[in-house]
Design a protein around this ligand. Structure first.
Ligand code: BEZ
Length: 263
């Protein structure tokens, strides 16, 4: 179970920028906390650089719903992969509950949720009971949580702060709150990263899924604070003539800022 000492260490590490720049080259056991050993077996220079449009790195992992091959798990659907600092922590408990409540909305959009936390399957399963007790609003927990005790996935997806990244190979590396939205072609389409101290906004994750899917379907872009049903933007790469043929009526606020109905 999550210790106060660990929580303190995560909060401090995430708020104090590191001035160290050397990163250990080789794997070694780093810290022993309670019964869990934390191994940092990664070379910082081998971390993939993930950008919008990158192929989502594949991995195999144990989850609360069995072992997965991530690319097989993606299948033909969209994925929201989101990480948490640790099990049995208050902010994470509210986040996982909120995603459990919204799971049917994600599923309607052909989106599968998958969480990640850096403890084992048994710990995750015990935590899920708490989440169903207090934050899921009566919803049954319906998506898997990756058991990333060795931080393999966290490393692949760079789910840590700068100061913790500098600690790779030397000590325990906690995860931050990363969100990766991945499309059925396995391409990373959107990345959000929050510090441990700040809970995410589950409605925003749903909103950007709607924006991405509409952009793919209609070839439009979405303005600031857009939500479903509101007008959308015609990209500047589309000529007025093509815009007329494709979208029918549109408004020209400036030659480069044209809007049209979203449906
Ligand atoms: C939390 O989920 O509540 C949390 C986790 C790590 C640091 C601070 C807060």
């Amino acid at each position: 179970m999550f210790s106060r000492q660990l929580l303190r260490s995560i909060s401090l590490r995430n708020s104090i920028p590191s001035t160290r720049n050397a990163v250990s080259q080789y794997a070694r056991p780093s810290i022993q906390l309670g019964r869990t050993q934390f191994y940092s077996t990664f070379k910082a220079e081998e971390q993939p650089r993930i950008r919008i449009g990158s192929e989502a790195p594949n991995f195999t992992a144990e989850t609360t719903e069995g072992k997965i091959d991530f690319h097989e798990y993606i299948g033909n659907e969209w994925i929201v992969l989101f990480s948490h600092p640790a099990d049995f922590t208050p902010v994470c408990t509210t986040e996982l509950g909120a995603f459990a409540r919204l799971a049917p909305e994600f599923n309607k959009r052909d989106v599968k949720l998958i969480g990640l936390s850096t403890e084992g399957v048994e710990s995750h399963k015990a935590w899920i009971k708490d989440i169903e007790d207090v934050t899921s609003g009566g919803a049954k927990f319906s998506y898997p949580i990756i058991a990333d005790a060795d931080r393999k996935v966290a490393f692949l997806y760079d789910m840590c702060s700068e100061s913790d990244f500098q600690n790779i190979g030397k000590g325990m590396v906690p995860t931050v709150r990363s969100v990766f939205i991945i499309d059925p072609a396995k391409k990373v389409r959107l990345i959000m990263t929050y510090p441990a101290s700040t809970g995410r906004n589950s409605s925003e994750v749903l909103r950007v899924i709607d924006a991405l899917q509409l952009a793919d379907k209609k070839g439009i872009a979405t303005p600031i604070d857009w939500s479903v049903g509101e007008d959308v933007i015609i990209p500047p790469t589309v000529s007025n003539e093509d815009a007329k043929a494709k979208f029918g009526d549109f408004k020209t606020l400036k030659p480069y800022l044209r809007t049209t109905k979203s449906s």
